[in-house]
Structures are given as structure tokens and as C-alpha cells.
Design a protein around this ligand. Structure first.
Ligand code: NAD
Length: 360
């Protein structure tokens, strides 16, 4: 199969869908890999590395002209011209929030497999998970950074020092983001508390981390208590498909000590803190009630090199299946079949259809 890898052109998107190692794996299986010139530069991956892997560097038109196109972000308006019958597109799509793109895919007759709806039998979303792992780990790093007095914070070091108590870090939601945030906070020596509504999840976290963390059932009074006494609060809840619940309400924020930090990773689902607003990497924080609020919606974008490898490690095995078997790969792998969002002009993802009925 001929596989195209266009350069990402969404603002400040520096990831690329395929590494030189991934290109080599596809070439070894007999496929032709066309990578747009400079596609990997933002992730520190250069054209020479792709060429050495057996790929060819081409224009955007040539990359999009391939039988299968692998991307990171959903196509933006200027890329809709490339959507056509006979094209297999494998990328993040988030169609429920993208009516114009859905129309463009359907009118073009493109067959599109979305990373975010590939789902394993146990319900896990293997192609979303790597970005949650990155964002969770970053949440603690960013929190530590904005706790510095020089950055508007309380002037607290997460791990404390001999003779000085460590900072209190509270993580609300102990899923992939929460566990990764906690792991970093434990590593830095903070006093870590994780709240979740799922008792089995708390049992799991307790088994893994033992007395290096405190697990607390997520109820309104417990959130109120732990938010008030924390230096850093990480919002990491998810109710799949739904807007994040407002768990940290404004009067709880007012009880926090001046210079404390909230990193609301769930901001991409609206945020779980009532006072959070979406922010950007250029202007990541704002102050409200003396509390530093961080609400960057695309946290992994700040570390494109790590994110590119984290994402492509997970997408490559599926890309190889699609390249080897075409759409028969969907018949052979139920997880991948759940990724199918559009097929030759038909919408095949029920959640997307439901979203649009709600819009109309
Ligand atoms: P996940 O499903 O692995 O974990 C979510 C956890 O929240 C679950 O353990 C669940 O039991 C818990 N939860 C649900 N309701 C709760 C409540 N009322 N109180 C406490 N816990 C509750 O999800 P995840 O992969 O960790 O993602 C978390 C959020 O981070 C999502 O909104 C995701 O989209 C977002 N995210 C944001 C970025 C970013 O750049 N900002 C990047 C990656 C992920």
C-alpha cells in the first residue's frame, strides 16, 4: 500500500504521525511511505532520517494522494480538498465536535478510522491513553513550576527539604491522567492524596502505591476538605462522552491558600473546576481569588518529541494492520473496527450521529 504522512498544519501542532522507525517498519513489510518534507522537524525528526528508513520526501499533495493517510490531528478546512472516495484516513478526528469535517468526509466518500474510538474489549481506549499519560505527568511538572514564587505561586517546593514538610498535592480522578500525575508527585516527594468515585480504582491505587499515597472517596465534603489544604490540585476526572462535572466549586477555590495552584487537565471536557477557563501554552495561567489556574487544552503539544513517540508507539501496530490488510483489518480486529467513523459516504459511529441529532 502507498502510505502518506502529511505535515501537521494546525496552529502550534508539532507532532508527526509516523517516526522514521515506524516508516522503516512499514517499508520492511513492502509498503511505500511518502512523508511530506519537514513533517517531523517540530519533533526533532529530520528528512534524512526518514530517507534512511526507506521513505520518500514529497509535497503535501503527494502525501495526501496516498491510499492511506496517517495523521495526528483532524484535517482542517484547507485540507478538506484532499478528502475523497478511495482514501483511508487514520488519525484523531473528534467528529462529534466537528460538524463541517464530518460533512466533508461524508461528501468526499472518505473512509476514516479515528484514533479516539478504537476501543479494547475491556473498554480501554489505547490510542487516547498515551496522551493522557503525557498530560498527567506534565500536570505535576507544570504545577511545581507555577508553585514557584517567581511564577506567581506560593513559593513551595513539592518535596520540601529535611526539616520542612513537603507540599500537599491532591489529585481528583485517579484514572490514567490522575495516576500519572500522582506518580510524578510521589517521585518528587510530595504528600499525595487521590480522590475517585470508583472504589475499585482506589483499591488498585492503594495496592500499587501503598502508604506513599492517601486514597479518599470523592464526595463533596471530602473534595472541600482536601482542596482547602492543598498547595497543588490536579483535576483529572472523566465521565466518558460527557462534559466534566464541576466538582471544585468557586467557594472551595476561595478557601485555598494564596499562591496555590490548580492544574485542570479535564479542561478539554470543560474542566472540573468551576473557575477554570481554557488557556494556551503561550499564556498558560491566570489568577482568580489568589489561586493560579492552569487550563491548557493541549498539554502534550508542549512536548512534541515525547508525544510523537508515545502516540506512534501505540498507533503503529494498527497502521501496519491497515496497510497489510486494508479494510479486512477491521474484520479481523474488533478494537480497530470500533475506530471506523465514516465509510464511503456513510456515518458509522453512533455517538457522532447522536451528537448531530442533538445539534439539529
Ligand atoms: P480516565 O477515564 O482514565 O480517568 C478518569 C477518572 O475520573 C476515573 O478513574 C473515574 O472514576 C474518575 N471520576 C469520574 N467521576 C469522578 C468524580 N466525581 N470524582 C472523582 N473522580 C471521578 O480518564 P483520563 O484518561 O485520566 O482523562 C482525564 C481527563 O483528562 C479527560 O477529560 C481527558 O480528556 C483529559 N485530558 C486532557 C489533556 C489536556 O491536554 N488537557 C490531555 C489528555 C487528557
Amino acid at each position: 500500500m502507498i502510505i502518506g504522512v502529511p505535515k501537521e498544519i494546525k496552529t502550534l501542532e508539532n507532532r508527526v504521525a509516523l517516526t522514521p522507525g515506524g516508516a522503516a517498519a512499514l517499508v520492511r513489510q513492502g509498503h511505500t511511505v511518502l512523508v511530506e518534507t519537514d513533517a517531523g522537524r517540530g519533533s526533532g525528526l529530520f528528512d534524512e532520517e526518514y530517507i534512511a528508513s526507506g521513505a520518500s520526501m514529497v509535497s503535501a499533495e503527494e502525501a495526501w494522494g496516498a491510499e492511506m493517510v496517517i495523521k495526528v490531528k483532524e484535517p482542517i478546512a484547507s485540507e478538506y480538498q484532499y478528502l475523497r472516495d478511495g482514501l483511508l484516513l487514520f488519525t484523531y478526528l473528534h467528529l462529534a465536535a466537528e460538524r463541517d469535517l464530518t460533512t466533508a468526509l461524508l461528501e468526499g466518500g472518505t473512509t476514516a478510522v479515528a484514533y479516539e474510538t478504537v476501543q479494547l474489549a475491556n473498554g480501554a481506549l489505547p490510542l487516547l491513553m498515551p496522551m493522557s499519560e503525557v498530560a498527567g505527568r506534565m500536570a505535576t511538572q507544570e504545577g511545581a513550576n507555577f508553585l514557584k514564587k517567581t511564577n506567581g505561586g506560593r513559593g513551595v517546593l513539592l518535596g520540601g527539604t529535611p526539616g520542612v514538610a513537603p507540599a500537599r498535592v491532591t489529585v481528583i480522578g485517579g484514572g490514567v491522567v490522575g495516576m500519572n500525575a500522582a506518580k510524578m508527585a510521589i517521585g518528587l516527594g510530595a504528600d499525595v492524596t487521590i480522590l475517585d468515585v470508583n472504589h475499585q480504582r482506589l483499591q488498585y491505587l492503594d495496592d500499587v502505591y501503598g502508604n506513599r499515597i492517601r486514597t479518599v472517596t470523592s464526595t463533596e465534603p471530602n473534595i472541600r476538605e482536601w482542596v482547602a489544604k492543598s498547595d497543588l490540585v490536579v483535576g483529572a476526572v472523566l465521565i466518558p462522552g460527557a462534559k466534566a462535572p464541576s466538582l471544585i466549586v468557586e467557594d472551595m477555590v476561595k478557601t485555598m491558600q494564596e499562591g496555590s495552584v490548580i492544574v485542570d487537565v479535564a479542561i478539554d471536557q470543560g474542566g472540573c473546576c468551576e473557575t477554570i477557563k481554557p488557556t494556551t501554552h503561550e499564556d498558560p495561567v491566570f489568577d482568580l481569588h489568589g489561586v493560579v489556574h492552569y487550563g491548557v487544552t493541549n498539554m502534550p503539544g508542549a512536548v512534541p518529541r515525547t508525544s510523537t513517540f508515545a502516540l506512534s508507539n501505540q498507533t503503529l501496530p494498527y497502521a501496519i494492520q491497515l496497510a497489510n490488510k486494508g479494510l479486512d483489518a477491521l474484520r479481523a480486529d474488533r478494537a480497530l473496527a470500533l475506530g471506523l467513523n465514516t465509510y464511503k459516504g456513510k456515518l458509522t459511529c453512533p455517538a457522532v450521529g447522536e451528537a448531530f441529532e442533538l445539534f439539529s
